[in-house]
Design a protein around this ligand. Structure first.
Ligand code: SF4
Length: 624
């Protein structure tokens, strides 16, 4: 008996025994999928990419043969196949370097979740009733293609809207190419906790419209203004690794951490000193520190980032500690003491996110903290690299570069809602949903639900029934990330150019299809410009076209042909521009610009900002 026969027989007898025991006659052994690289009882580790937040950490997926309940052709049954058992961090990945956050560890649940859509579904009742019937993929694709063809025939191609989460990957590029070739406007992206204000502030202060990357491992004094950087903000794993180094990774030197916020967060609970500050006034406190530092280093009055703050070039006369105490409720003695500590412990770094960037003074707060950072960077020894940088973009062809920033925006969503509710000429007639749940995450006043109920046809590519996909006429369920080609270009968290990429770690459990493959299929059915603009038969063909040109850029992969490069990129879990994912900082050069990545052109000069006194516009009786 050879190995393959042994595996087949033991799989079938094992499954039969299970069926006998469980006594569930509706389950049957459908088939056995032999996988050459899997040996019973032995774990195989495959690369993956975590998609549970935008950080884009690299995964190592532990795969072992096992028995799974699956759906094939609308039948439930059991299959012996390779199953993902555990997720760990990919040690070679520049963002997370072998570590994962608790959310990433739990990512395997998205594969086995019992509430996943298992087949395509068609609405069979009033919209929003949740009354769906199962259909097969040929019918689902015919329905979607017919709706899109009708738009094109009626010269209404611009009435197609794609509503998605922000995406910095080739899925996003594919959607944009599809929409452009179809004649529709760009996708509307939305996420609840968006960082649009910080991206704008960074563009104004530093010339980079993206989230920052921090070298926390070298910081001696860390000031955080409301930032939950150890929880969920930005690139939490990369930040937790750096924070660990800052606190315990340098014998004899433990960096101090001060958290300024109006409500104690999990991150704040780790601080050496927690400073309560009046909400919305955090920028004034940052400028109070800056005032004290400028008196010691008057050369800082000419800093470019400071020109965005009213009174900076005069030394911030309105931000003397006594004035700042009145604005923020932080004692002036504390402001003076902390400013002295900052000056004595370079390099110092300030972070801002969360509540300070969610109100009237959001841009003012972000620009003030940026100016403080620029000032504090003057205090470190000459030639030392900075501790705040921007991850350089991977050198991809322009046609494969995701939209810069790719931020979600409530204003764009609300404009779309008004177009629909007011029956404007460009109001969408067909809406495609992917990865966004705005009905749940926007206030009722935004009327997203009412607008979607009015749209002629709504299709969703989501994997779960939520408040938004409930309003769909057609559900085309995507694979789980562990069953898909996954990739992305991290916006922050790495000091080198990085692309994350991994092939499917396991076969699909259910009758789902990858969203990009569905879009490519529909494009070819519609033909014409769409088929020309999207020439690939499958999504992995597109990924290969996008990423194999990286072969010409020196980096973590040495290969002698495109095919060789492509194989190695899949095995490594991506590509990065240096073989060492954590290169030591070079003296005299910010790490993110080591390859000469210049800042983008700054937006037009912004008028200097002052603090606005936030006004309460709720009901005093409701919120005493
Ligand atoms: S920080 Fe990394 S591991 Fe955690 S959810 Fe985000 S991408 Fe996944």
């Amino acid at each position: 008996m050879d190995r393959r026969d042994f595996i087949r027989i033991s799989a079938i007898t094992g499954a039969t025994a299970t069926l006998d025991c469980c006594g569930q006659p509706e389950r049957q052994l459908i088939r056995f999928i032999p996988e050459e690289d899997l040996v019973p009882g032995v774990a195989t580790w495959k690369p993956g990419v975590c998609t549970l937040c935008s950080a884009g950490c690299g995964l190592s997926v532990r795969v072992m043969p096992g028995e799974a309940e699956v759906v094939r052709k609308r039948e439930v049954g059991l299959i012996q196949m390779g199953l993902a058992k555990k997720l760990e961090g990919n040690p070679a990945h520049p963002v997370n370097r072998g570590k994962l956050c608790p959310r990433g560890q739990a990512g395997v649940q998205s594969l086995y979740h019992p509430d996943r859509f298992r087949t395509p579904l068609k609405l069979n009742g009033p919209r929003g009733s949740g009354n769906f019937v199962q259909i097969d993929w040929s019918e689902a694709l015919e329905i979607l293609t017919a709706q899109l063809a009708a738009l094109r025939k009626g010269d209404e191609a611009s009435s197609l809207t794609f509503l998605t989460r922000p995406m910095r990957d080739q899925r996003g590029v594919l959607i944009e190419r599809f929409l452009q070739a179809f004649g529709a406007p760009p996708a509307v992206t939305f996420e609840l906790f968006d960082d649009a204000v910080l991206r704008r502030a960074n563009a104004l202060s530093f010339g980079h419209a993206q989230l920052p990357t921090f070298d926390l491992g070298r910081v001696n004094y860390l000031l955080s203004f409301g930032s939950d950087f150890l929880g969920t903000w930005n690139s939490p794993v990369a930040q937790a690794i750096g924070y660990g180094k800052m606190r315990q990774g340098r014998p004899g030197r433990r960096g101090k951490f001060v958290q300024v916020e109006s409500r104690m967060s999990l991150t704040g609970a780790s601080a050496d000193e927690w400073i309560p500050c009046r909400i919305g006034h955090e920028g004034a406190l940052a400028l109070g520190f800056a005032h004290e530092l400028i008196t010691r280093f008057p050369a800082a009055k000419t800093l470019a980032a400071g020109r965005l703050i009213a009174g900076w070039s005069e030394g911030l006369p309105d931000y003397q500690p006594a004035n700042v105490e009145k604005l923020t409720s932080v004692p002036s003695s504390t402001i003076t003491r902390l400013a002295g500590e900052i000056a004595d412990n370079p390099p110092a770094l300030a972070l801002v996110s969360g509540a300070p960037l969610a109100g009237t003074n959001a841009l003012y707060n972000a620009l003030s903290v940026n100016a403080l950072n620029a000032l504090m960077s003057l205090l470190k020894p000459a030639g030392e690299p900075g501790v705040l940088e921007f991850t350089p973009n991977a050198p991809l062809a322009a046609e494969f570069l995701p939209k810069s920033g790719a931020a979600g925006c409530l204003a764009a969503l609300e404009a779309l809602v008004q177009e629909i509710l007011l029956d404007q000429p460009r109001a969408p007639k067909v809406v495609l949903l992917y990865g966004a749940n705005p009905v749940f995450s926007t206030p009722a006043k935004s009327q997203v639900r009412a607008a979607l109920e009015k749209v002629h046809f709504v299709a969703s590519f989501d994997s779960f029934l939520d408040e938004t996909s409930l309003l769909a006429d057609l559900i085309l369920p995507d694979h789980s990330p562990l069953e898909s080609w996954v990739e992305g270009i991290p916006e922050s968290g790495a000091s080198v150019e990085t692309v994350s990429l991994a092939p499917p770690a396991v076969h699909p459990l259910h009758d789902t299809r990858a969203m990009p493959d569905v879009l490519l299929d529909v494009a070819h059915r519609l033909g014409g410009e769409l088929a020309t603009a999207l020439p690939w038969k499958t999504f992995d063909e597109m990924l290969k076209s996008a990423y194999t040109p990286l072969l010409k850029t020196s980096g973590s992969i040495a290969a002698n042909s495109e095919d060789d490069f492509w194989e190695k990129m899949q095995a490594q879990g991506g590509w990065w521009s240096q073989a060492d994912p954590d290169p030591p900082p070079r003296r005299g050069a910010p790490r993110g610009r080591a390859k000469g990545v210049a800042p983008e052109a700054r937006p037009a000069f912004h008028a200097p900002l002052s603090l606005a006194i936030p006004e309460f516009d709720g009901s005093e009786s409701e919120f005493p």
